[in-house]
Structures are given as structure tokens and as C-alpha cells.
Design a protein around this ligand. Structure first.
Ligand SMILES: [Mn+2]
Length: 363
């Protein structure tokens, strides 16, 4: 395409400058590993809205050039180059018509999933998780795609303000429809004072596994994630990761609609997303509830951008390791095993000449 796709709000940009594609023209994303999609919908919020500006903020929140390249220091891959990543722009949604909006999002996500690519959906409020996971499950099979859900809130309410479609109900809709098995749905980071007992009873009846922050603090996040990964892999062919940025403490992610104190640190969330995307067959992901009107110094948008990058980098590393029969060692020192080592060895062994000038300059 000669120009980026349309975004609903703000300039016509793609995620960190990756190539654009057009979902109405399958040839433009036939070779895609990942397609990024904006879903600027916030009509499902129950408190303060503004997540409709999330996709444009998350796409560009970065101090480096928008050049479609991000080599990861830790994972030693350039996800935006090693994977074929496209940005399909935004689904045009009207936040005042939730039913029609989720239909459109589901259709767009299904197009991406059925092309063989991993859809990465930028919200928008959490209402979009219903069409996001459904669009993926329509391709991979209902009941075959588990979900690991990072959130302060369970999002398993039945009805909010008289509506079945709201940001506190998507997980209920997914389990009711059969797209998602209740016993293959894992929640991480719940806390606070919602939902109430009837909703918790419903969750228990449907055999959800919900890690509240107290359990996470007592056991350690890594231990909980090991259990979560086991559940997500059991009898499912793929895993959907749904990340509500409010799982992170509002001190580090203030730009969100329903902040609940006492959450994960950004470091914990990034490590968790990286680990799960490296270890599990992730077939879809959404990042929701970044609400720029409440952000300060872009900290929440920056975190959202890095959550997406961490996921993509881990997927890229997973695929490379599977192809080459290698493994990623998180304990490997940053500079170990890089090309420079080889060069220095050669110099030390007297096999390379003509490097005196460059080493002189480094003194
Ligand atoms: Mn949520």
C-alpha cells in the first residue's frame, strides 16, 4: 500500500512504523505472522471513558524512530523485522452502538486469524475481548483457545446498565457462547471490591481459576504463572492473552478508566507477558483500557507499547528457537555471545589485523 490505513483519531500512523495492510485486500497481508488492529471503542466503560484514544497513543508511544525495527536487548530478536508484522489500522466503530461495533471487530479479527496470522488488538475498553477471542476461536475452534487474562477486575458480570455488552461482561459472554471454556480461563491480578458474591458463585460454577493479588503476593507471580500455563495448555491448541493495563498499579499506569490500587509492577507484567508468549502457543492478544485523557507523561501508553513489543519479541524468539532447536537463556549476560566476542577472540589470537585504529579511538 502506498499510504498507511485509516485510523479513527489522530494521524495516519502504524504501530512503530510497520507496514500497513488492508483487511479488504487479503493479498496485502497474505504473508503476515502478526496483524495489529485498533479497536477504538469505549462505549462499554462504566466509570470514565477515553480508551477510544488508546490505539493511536499505543502505536506511537516510543522515543525511538518509527522505523519498523525494534531489536530486543534481552531476547536478541527484532520482532518487527524477524516476523512479518502489519498494521491494519482501526476498525471503524461507534461507541454509542456497542452491538454493531463488536460485530465489526469480530469480523476483522476473524479475517486476520483465518489468514494464519496472530491478531494483536489495541483497545478500546475491555468489551472488545468478547469479539477478539470469538474471532480467533471461530478459526481455531470453539473451546480450543484458552485464555490468560491480566486484570484488576474479573469482567464476568452478566449485565451492566441493562446491557449485555459492556467492559465488565466480556468474559461471561465468551464462556456462555462456548467460545471459551470456563475451566480453561485463568485470571491474574484481581483485587479490590468487585464483583459481588452472585458473580463469584457463577465463576465458581464455571470452574474459573482466578488469582487474586493476595495469593500472587504470597506465592510469587512466577509460581502462579506456572499453574496458569498448565491450565491454558490442557486440551487446547492455542492461548489468547488478554491484557487490561489496569492490572498494573495505577501509580505506574494512571491512564485508565477504572484504576484499582495495589497492582502488579510494570516489570512484573512485562516479564509475565514475555514468559507466556515464549512458552505458550499464543494465537491472539489484546491490550485494553489505555485511556490517554487520564494519562500523565504518557506512562501508560508507553507501558502499553512495551507490552505489545514484549509479546511480539517473545513470539519471534519462540519461533526462532523452534526452527533452530535452540533455547533462550534469561540468565545470559547482555554482551555474552555477541559478534563482538568473536571479533575480540580473533584479535586476541592475532588472526585479525588492521583494528589498531578503532581500538585506539575507544580508549
Ligand atoms: Mn478488564
Amino acid at each position: 500500500m502506498s499510504h498507511p490505513p485509516l485510523t479513527m483519531f489522530g494521524p495516519r500512523i502504524t504501530f512503530l512504523g510497520v507496514d500497513a495492510c488492508d483487511l479488504d485486500d487479503p493479498a496485502t497481508y497474505a504473508d503476515a505472522d502478526v496483524v495489529i488492529l485498533g479497536a477504538p471503542l469505549d462505549g462499554g466503560t462504566t466509570y470514565r471513558s477515553g480508551a477510544r484514544f488508546g490505539p493511536s497513543a499505543v502505536r506511537q508511544a516510543c522515543y525511538l524512530p518509527q522505523d519498523g525495527s525494534r531489536p530486543s536487548l534481552a531476547l536478541r530478536v527484532d520482532a518487527l523485522k524477524n516476523l512479518k508484522v502489519y498494521d491494519a489500522g482501526d476498525v471503524f466503530v461507534f461507541s454509542g452502538d456497542m452491538a454493531r461495533s463488536v460485530e465489526r471487530i469480530e469480523a476483522a479479527v476473524f479475517k486476520i486469524a483465518s489468514s494464519g496470522a496472530v491478531p494483536v488488538v489495541l483497545g478500546g475498553d475491555h468489551s472488545i475481548a468478547w469479539p477478539d477471542h470469538t474471532g480467533v476461536a471461530r478459526h481455531h475452534g470453539f473451546g480450543k483457545v484458552s485464555m490468560i487474562h491480566f486484570d484488576a477486575h474479573a469482567d464476568t458480570a452478566d449485565i451492566q446498565f441493562g446491557s449485555l455488552v459492556a467492559h465488565g461482561t466480556p468474559m461471561r459472554r465468551l464462556i456462555e457462547s462456548g467460545a471459551l471454556r470456563g475451566d480453561r480461563f485463568v485470571q491474574v491480578g484481581l483485587r479490590g471490591y468487585w464483583p459481588d458474591e452472585p458473580v463469584l458463585t457463577w465463576m465458581k460454577q464455571h470452574r474459573l481459576r482466578s488469582f487474586e493479588m493476595t495469593e500472587i503476593v504470597e506465592r510469587g507471580l512466577d509460581d502462579c504463572l506456572t499453574e496458569a500455563a498448565g491450565i491454558a495448555l490442557d486440551d487446547c491448541t492455542g492461548v489468547f492473552l488478554s491484557v487490561d493495563v489496569d492490572v498494573v498499579d495505577p501509580g505506574s499506569a494512571p491512564g485508565t478508566g477504572t484504576p484499582e490500587p495495589g497492582g502488579l509492577s510494570p516489570r512484573q507484567l512485562l516479564d509475565a507477558v514475555r514468559r507466556l508468549c515464549y512458552e505458550l502457543p499464543v494465537v491472539g492478544l489484546d491490550l485494553v483500557e489505555v485511556a490517554p485523557p487520564f494519562d500523565h507523561a504518557d506512562v501508560t501508553a508507553l507501558l502499553g507499547n512495551r507490552v505489545v513489543l514484549e509479546a511480539l519479541s517473545a513470539i519471534a524468539r519462540r519461533r526462532r528457537d523452534q526452527r533452530e532447536g535452540t533455547t533462550w537463556d534469561p540468565r545470559e549476560p547482555l554482551l555474552h555471545g555477541r559478534d563482538a566476542d568473536e571479533q575480540l577472540d580473533h584479535i586476541a589470537n592475532g588472526r585479525v589485523h588492521g583494528h589498531r585504529h578503532s581500538t585506539d579511538h575507544e580508549q
